[in-house]
Design a protein around this ligand. Sequence first.
Ligand SMILES: Nc1ncnc2c1ncn2[C@@H]1O[C@H](COP(=O)(O)OP(=O)(O)OP(=O)(O)O)[C@@H](O)[C@H]1O
Length: 273
Amino acid sequence: MSEVAVADPRPEPAPPAFRVTGAVVEYDGRPVLDGVSFEVPRGEVLAILGPNGSGKSTLSRAMLGLVPLHRGGVELHGVPVRRFRQWGRVGYVPQRLPAGGGVPATVREVVASGQVARLRRLRLPGPADRAAVDEALAAVGLADRARDSVHELSGGQQQRVLIARALAGRPDTFVMDEPMAGVDAASQRALAGAVAELRRRGHTVVLVLHELGPLRPLIQRAVVLAHGRIAHDGEPPRPAGEPARPDHDHAPPDAGAPLLAPAVPGLEVPRRD
Ligand SMILES: Nc1ncnc2c1ncn2[C@@H]1O[C@H](COP(=O)(O)OP(=O)(O)OP(=O)(O)O)[C@@H](O)[C@H]1O
């Protein structure tokens, strides 16, 4: 009897959120990324670390197609970045709020702008979109600042606005470029709470960081750059003297849970009076 080919009932494993292969970026003929290859599986919280000028920001921007590669390739969710169209799945948090050319914008307006990739053309935001903005503001502890001008906020609070803007589009893949740099302690706690919630939900988060700081317990893996190359890829580096600890995975992801106040336990938001 001849054998009949039976389709494998197991679904194809999902492609990694990011696949970077032999990435080379040059400025003025000088390589600032020099053959970088790694993958970020879906649901991983990964830190890109390294000294000043090692290429961290360049790598994070190249992962989103914001910096052209001289050689190599980047795939997002299995699609070459140049052909990738599902930008509603991706939330990018740049280092700083763009100056905005003096145009006044409220916190709520900036956060709502994060939904542009999600909203189809000519469709006005509906109640679900407004609820997503409220939820994003609450997740970073800025619900009571929604009507204020972003330019009245501290640097740390503006950083929280940028994170809320990324959350508002309800993406499942985040790239955050130094979200903790120059940020006050309350905002650091708020940001760590928001990242903890993203991890709990099983989202993919890539963070460019100078140091792990309060995010340390949340980071599952670190890629350390030196002179544009990967010097380490694995367990996050521990501070000198700290013993190795067992795997610190927490509760399994829960995609249905609300992204609300528990993300920021006991947070005190500085008031502007
Ligand atoms: N647009 C640019 N034109 C020329 N050189 C650049 C440009 N952007 C970055 N560089 C250079 O590329 C190198 C890597 O910069 P990058 O910002 O990626 O490093 P980084 O590790 O993020 O540094 P930092 O921690 O200081 O932000 C640096 O030497 C930087 O001066």
